[in-house]
Design a binder for this molecule. Structure first.
Ligand SMILES: Nc1ncnc2c1ncn2[C@@H]1O[C@H](COP(=O)(O)OP(=O)(O)OP(=O)(O)O)[C@@H](O)[C@H]1O
Ligand SMILES: [Ca+2]
Length: 544
């Protein structure tokens, strides 16, 4: 049975749903009424909807312009996508949600906000100038079957930015940061800059640091000394911006499917890359925990918010001097925050950003605010103290059960679902020696360059007409292509899955590598015309 079948097994999906259904019901029953009562949505973030709980894990890719965001996504999904442009100047000016779909289809932002099945409904609060810069691209892609990816416009330096974006860019980022499972923040090793807009964008990530993975990209383009220097500078700058810089994980890499440049930290790059891919691979497994965490975080903010609003209400005079009192209260907000924290034993970390709250309060009519409603607050306390605790066993059961499942993306990032191939992958473990099978050439796309390929094959001294996985791997690595691409080539060319390549299979491998180096994307499955003639019967492809 394929890994894909295992994953979509209704029983395992049922477990996932049990936790999400419970979280959903807790949100609608306990939290949403309080959010509405204290106008939480005006101040902080729109309400959650079904789709926010049901959607697949999402990865948000962000960073300065030209740091390689779009290239990174292409590398992950191993294909190009409609509307993606890559280049040295700012190229992406849109938020693009990449999701799985049977047919390729692009949906503009305005249409997305009216689709209840998509998790983007309440993005309409950011206005038309944002919606015109937002789209969803659906693709048949195996990685996208398990996760969705959001490409974002590059963050500009002041010099590059002639026009303002026309929408609240940091607020949009925050909306996504709140809902995604992973935030990948890219930096370019060649030019590390911290622009104003970048620093402001970081503000959007406060409170979500644990979702953040920082990538120092294009690390093969600099020498080790410069890499050290850039790494140090990056850590220092991040430390100034984030309150908890020690939990930030910075990966050094060069995330594209092109050959790497030779450098003394080449091996480090390969290791770091595998770490990050493993992290992304685990997202579906951790999605329920993430949703639970975010719900708790939101509930705590709602509690602080309810106390703030009701306190302001209480302080307002009923008839006279309302205007001046309002301004006085706004001015004193930091003091009020401290007071509430002490009075109600609420940690300071649960409170919103004070300056932002002051700005938001300016436009509000305080006399319309609601007083503290004990029944609502009791319900909220119940949510935080006992309801959430009751979800934990469900979650643990689910975790236990899932541990016996193969990691859903195993091999997916590598381009295949066939576990028997995965096992023999020379990039994972060296295969055993074994030999059988003969060649029978026919009309074949690879045939015309056969002499050149055969020469390489014989120079690698095959045994009984075959090359072992280890030998092929060694040769392949000399192309400097990333391991994930080479693993993909290996799987396509070891047609009979015996962990070795015969002359034909090897020729096919070289052919695929050449195509890759010429800038083509590798096919997911081997098309019939590329199947070596001697393998056609056994593979069930008898057409030429
Ligand atoms: N790992 C890498 N090594 C070297 N060059 C790279 C790497 N990744 C991307 N590039 C190059 O960097 C440039 C910018 O890439 P890309 O357009 O993907 O960046 P981006 O962050 O999406 O940019 P924008 O913010 O403009 O959308 C391109 O010329 C691309 O070929
Ligand atoms: Ca881009």
């Amino acid at each position: 049975m394929s890994i894909r079948r295992l994953w979509s097994n209704p029983k395992t999906l049922g477990d996932v749903n049990m936790v999400t259904e419970e979280l959903k019901s807790l949100y609608y029953r306990r939290l949403l009424p309080i959010e509405k009562y204290y106008s939480f949505h005006h101040f902080h973030s729109p309400s959650y909807e079904d789709a926010d709980f049901d959607n697949k894990p999402m990865v948000l890719v962000m960073g300065q312009y030209s740091t390689g965001k779009t290239t990174f996504i292409r590398y992950l999904i191993e294909q190009d996508f409609p509307g993606s442009r890559v280049g040295p100047e700012p190229t992406t000016d849109c938020f693009t949600a990449l999701m799985h779909g049977e047919a390729e289809e692009t949906t503009p932002g305005n249409a997305l906000t009216v689709d209840p099945k998509r998790p983007f409904r309440n993005l309409d609060t950011f206005g038309n100038s944002f919606l015109n810069r937002f789209q969803c691209v659906q693709l048949p892609n195996q990685l996208l079957e398990s996760i969705s990816i959001i490409d974002t416009p590059g963050i500009l330096t002041a010099a590059k930015r002639r026009l303002s974006r026309g929408y609240d860019f940091p607020a949009v980022l925050r909306w996504f940061a709140e809902r995604v499972d992973r935030i990948i923040l890219l930096f370019d090793s060649n030019k590390l800059e911290f622009s104003d807009e970048l620093t402001r964008a970081f503000g959007a990530l406060f409170g979500f640091e644990e979702k953040l993975r920082v990538v120092l990209n294009k690390a093969d383009a600099v020498d080790s000394q410069q890499l050290m220097r850039v790494y140090g500078a990056l850590m220092w700058s991040l430390g100034k911006v984030f309150r908890t810089p020690e939990i930030l994980r910075v990966y050094i890499g060069s995330f594209w499917s092109e050959p790497r440049q030779v450098c003394s930290h080449y091996r480090l790059i390969a290791l770091e890359e595998e770490d990050l891919l493993a992290d992304i691979r685990n997202l579906p497994r951790n999605a329920a925990v993430r949703k639970l965490n975010d719900l708790v975080k939101r509930a705590r903010l709602v509690r602080a918010h309810a106390h703030i609003i009701s306190h302001l209400k209480q302080e307002m005079p009923t008839i006279f001097c309302r205007r001046s009192k309002k301004h006085e209260l706004i001015y004193q907000l930091p003091v009020i925050f401290t007071k509430i924290q002490q009075q109600h034993h609420i940690p300071a970390g649960d409170f919103p950003d004070c300056t932002k709250m002051q700005e938001k309060l300016l436009g509000q009519n305080f006399s319309k605010f609601k007083p503290l409603k004990p029944s609502l607050m009791a319900s909220l306390d119940k949510l935080l103290s006992s309801d959430i605790a009751k979800v934990m066993p469900l979650l643990q059961q689910q975790e236990l059960r899932k541990r016996s499942l193969p990691s859903v993306l195993d091999g997916e990032l590598m381009g295949t679902f066939r576990p028997e191939h995965h096992r023999r992958d020379p990039f994972k473990e060296p295969p055993k020696d074994d030999g059988s099978g003969e060649t029978d050439p026919d009309e074949w796309a690879v045939e015309k360059h056969r002499p050149k390929y055969d020469e390489i094959f014989h120079n690698l001294s095959p045994r009984q007409g075959k090359l072992s996985g280890a030998k092929v791997k060694e040769w392949m690595l000399s192309t400097l292509l990333p391991n994930s691409v080479l693993a993909h080539v290996w799987r396509l060319s070891d047609v009979d899955g015996d962990g070795m390549l015969d002359g034909e299979e090897f020729a096919l491998a070289v052919h695929l590598i050449e195509a890759k180096l010429e800038g083509h994307w590798l096919p997911r499955e081997l098309p019939p015309h590329l199947v070596p003639p001697s393998k056609r019967q056994s593979a069930g492809n008898s057409d030429a």
